[in-house]
Write a protein that binds this ligand. Structure first.
Ligand SMILES: NC(=O)c1ccc[n+]([C@@H]2O[C@H](COP(=O)([O-])OP(=O)(O)OC[C@H]3O[C@@H](n4cnc5c(N)ncnc54)[C@H](O)[C@@H]3O)[C@@H](O)[C@H]2O)c1
Length: 258
């Protein structure tokens, strides 16, 4: 078999979502064994059904809630039973509270705390457990997903007159993911461990046409992205081609942030 991830055992959280599933598909075609972890069994099944039978032996769907420590520990145990020691992980789960996306003026403390705990706290806890696993074996590569909202303030003018918004907690969480990535990479020096993140622009998904037009005007060639354009950056960071890249934030935004 050929491919940049042959011999890798890769765990992807949020693997039934937009970026997670595109990353899973790309990783499978690059030869990896892939553990698909997601809280939604229905979405996992629907995704697995799209894969050809020739690759299914290398695909292991697991229902998991990665917002709790017990859920993360149980997921890692089951993943190792399915594939053997993990060499790689992508954290792409996107747990959101009922109040996610509220305007700043209407933000409620309970929703704010839940989203900070689950999205940023969850990313830290997932990192703690997967990196401990890598330490106990021969090392490994971890990729987190941040966002352009973690490196720039939102372009609020793009949302005017639409029901869309970009929440303050999202920018804060995503900036935190970038800081966490640097911290983890340096902390695990000399252990054959790499931690990087990708900051994608928006993924095209039936957004308001007026928003799309304004968003496109800030970009260079495409505007909103496909999940596959993000997945290819994640695969690069997991591959040997990126062996000297550590603690970095790879911006994939068609120039939105320029
Ligand atoms: N979609 C975008 O435009 C975009 C842009 C930049 C960054 N991102 C980031 O990319 C990441 C993935 O986003 P996406 O667009 O693929 O999201 P998505 O909603 O399409 O997928 C997220 C997946 O996570 C799963 N999930 C939710 N809670 C979970 C939990 N507790 N445990 C396990 N799985 C859980 C969901 O079932 C879903 O399948 C997020 O961190 C998001 O902030 C997305």
């Amino acid at each position: 078999m050929h491919g940049r991830l042959v011999g890798k055992n890769l765990l992807i959280t949020g693997s039934a979502g937009r970026i997670g599933s595109a990353t899973a598909r790309a990783a499978i075609s690059e030869g990896a064994s892939v553990v698909l972890a997601d809280i939604s069994g229905d979405k996992l099944k629907a995704f697995k059904d799209t894969l050809s039978s020739s690759v299914k032996a290398r695909v292991h769907p697991l229902i998991a809630d990665v917002t709790t420590e017990a859920g993360i520990i149980s997921l890692l145990d089951q993943a190792v039973s399915a594939t053997g020691p993990l060499t790689s992980a992508v954290h792409s789960a996107y747990p959101t509270s009922y109040g996610w996306g509220s305007p700043f003026e209407k933000l409620r403390a309970s929703h704010l705390h839940e989203d900070l705990a689950n999205q940023l706290g969850g990313a830290i806890l997932f990192s703690q457990h997967i990196l401990r696993h890598f330490q106990a074996h021969t090392g490994g590569d971890l990729v987190h997903i941040s966002s352009i909202q973690g490196i720039c303030s939102p372009k609020f003018e793009h949302y005017e007159g639409t029901t869309m918004t970009s929440p303050i907690e999202y920018s804060t969480i995503k900036a935190g993911v970038i800081a966490m990535t640097r911290w983890l990479a340096k902390y695990h020096s000399n252990q054959n461990i790499r931690v990087n993140c990708v900051s994608p622009g928006g993924i095209l998904d039936k957004q308001d046409p007026e928003f799309l037009k304004r968003y496109r005007s800030s970009c260079t060639n495409y505007g909103m992205l496909s999940s596959e354009q993000v997945a290819s950056a994640v695969i690069f960071l997991l591959s040997a081609e990126a062996e000297a890249i550590n603690g970095q934030n790879l911006i994939v935004d068609d120039g939105w942030s320029l």
